[in-house]
Design a protein. Structure first.
Length: 45
């Protein structure tokens, strides 16, 4: 029982880690796009 619980905990932690890494990559890409867009916008002004 305890081995099964620890395995499920490890798999849940791994999935949480993967999701957080994906969210971090998405956020960094979004911030890069926003900075480029704001730079072009300020240059066009």
């Amino acid at each position: 029982m305890s081995i099964l619980m620890s395995r499920s905990l490890i798999s849940a932690f791994n999935s949480f880690l993967t999701v957080s890494i994906l969210l971090f990559k998405l956020a960094s890409t979004f911030s890069n796009l926003m900075s480029k867009f704001s730079l072009r916008y300020s240059m066009s002004l």
